[in-house]
Design a protein around this ligand. Structure first.
Ligand code: SDX
Length: 395
């Protein structure tokens, strides 16, 4: 029995396991040896998904076969479609948010998957590809239900000619995105795909560590990612910017009005969503990549999401970022530019974290398989702070 380690609240700074999948530190973020900026510039999400799930860069033939497999598995089984069709009231009255509905839908997929009880590497890879293929369809159909419209291409799960990212946008809106919109979402999926022992991935490893199955581990991971301290921050970051815009108005951008809003937030000791990180203290390697992409899109985009030119949102975001850095020395994490970018693209805010799931299922699946392949039950110790020993009969 190993001697007990020092106590660290939230396991801060604790190495809780080994992984060959990803390294996250102040100087770099690498997926199986490839640096994130390299992948964001030169790879597609399908290539990165293959890299994470299989372990190497795919050959042209492996990539073609992988893409065909995903396309062939995009459509949803009847029971999941039936559930999504009944979800409209709960989504409209907000008793359930899209992350809750997505979590339940993935759980139903597990009940229907013939490999569900098989944790072998081969079965885990088959299940991972089916989940990866189907999550965008769940998101798309869910958005159709919220919008009160027919399910887009539900027989096939979308348009076989479209990439994973482009098909996600098509399923949600019914219109095929521009190449530029598709590439921005494609890169956001690359950036979101994997991040070593973050809270949702660690959740999936704890569940896999009991030798429970992939769908169960993913269901738990989705529940963890929903939280505003984790993946839910991309939605909350945009809601915060909408609050600031409503308070200061477009004319207030760049003026002390924004500083005053931030000072009030600091005085209330509010956690500003999209900022800070447990590991990155000098900035999130992913944030500038997505910020630059989103800003270049906004500069060209003349639409007025939320009633203000797209670029105004980035200008407001940059002022907020500067204040956070100057006053608190806290950098934005990937969720801040993600919220800005998806908003200026007109993606509905409550789908931001589900889109995070559509990407992170690749990292989760890789970690679940790695845990199953070389398992040790994850069971840390506690420091007891309750009452001293006493007997039941004593007064
Ligand atoms: C993701 O782990 C991962 O890798 C996650 C992720 C991934 O890819 O999987 O990167 C994705 O989840 C990114 C994080 C998204 N969450 C948010 O944006 C929520 C807002 N951020 C904070 O809640 C916070 O920064 C955390 C939770 C992300 C990290 O918190 P820590 O490491 O526990 O740091 P802390 O809360 O102890 O903060 C240290 C100090 C505190 O000040 P004091 O109380 O000591 O005076 O910094 C302050 C905090 O108050 N601080 C913030 C802040 N983040 C830290 N103050 C205001 N706003 C913030 N966002």
């Amino acid at each position: 029995m190993a001697e007990s380690a020092a106590f660290a609240k939230g396991l801060e700074g604790v190495i809780a396991g080994e992984t060959a999948i990803c390294a996250v530190n102040q100087t770099q973020l690498i997926y199986r040896g490839y640096e994130i900026a390299d992948l964001a510039e030169h790879a597609t999400f399908e290539e990165v998904a293959f890299l994470l799930l299989v372990g190497h860069k795919p050959s042209a033939e492996e990539l073609r076969f992988f893409k065909d497999e995903l396309i062939a598995n995009r459509a949803l089984p009847g029971p999941v479609i039936d559930f999504l069709l009944t979800a409209r009231p709960m989504l409209l009255d907000k008793s359930a948010v899209p992350m809750d509905v997505l979590r339940t839908a993935v759980s139903i997929l597990g009940n229907l998957d013939k490999d569900s009880q098989d944790n072998s590497p081969e079965a885990n890879l088959r299940k991972a590809k089916r989940i990866l293929a189907k999550v965008p369809t769940i998101i798309g159909h869910m958005q159709n239900v919220i919008d009160g419209r027919d399910l887009v291409a539900h027989e096939t799960g979308g348009d076989a000619k479209l990439s994973h990212a482009a098909n996600l946008l098509y399923l949600m809106s019914g219109s095929r995105p521009s190449d530029q919109f598709a590439r921005v979402v494609d890169v956001s999926l690359i950036l979101y795909a994997e991040h070593d022992f973050n809270a949702s991935t660690f959740t999936s490893r704890v569940i896999a560590g009991t030798l429970s199955d992939m769908h169960g581990a993913m269901t738990g991971a989705i529940a963890a990612l929903k939280g505003p301290l984790h993946g839910g921050a991309n939605e909350m970051a945009m809601e915060m910017l909408k609050d600031i815009m409503a308070d200061v108005g477009e004319a207030g951008i760049g003026t002390p009005k924004v500083d005053a809003w931030m000072e009030r937030a600091f005085a209330e000791k509010r956690k500003l969503m999209g900022f800070g990180h447990r590991v990155y203290k000098n900035g999130d390697h992913r944030a500038p990549i997505l910020h630059a992409l989103g800003r270049s899109l906004a500069a060209k985009d003349t639409t007025n999401p939320g009633g203000h030119a797209a670029l105004k949102w980035f200008q407001l975001g940059e002022q907020v970022q500067k204040i956070m850095l100057d006053k608190k020395n806290i950098h934005p994490n990937v969720d801040f530019p993600c919220g800005l970018t998806y908003f200026t693209m007109g993606i509905p805010v409550p789908q931001y974290t589900p889109i995070f799931v559509a990407s992170r299922v690749t990292g989760w699946a890789a970690h679940i398989a790695e845990q199953h392949a070389n398992n040790r039950l994850i069971r840390p110790l506690t420091a007891y702070t309750g009452p001293a020993l006493r007997t039941w009969k004593e007064a």
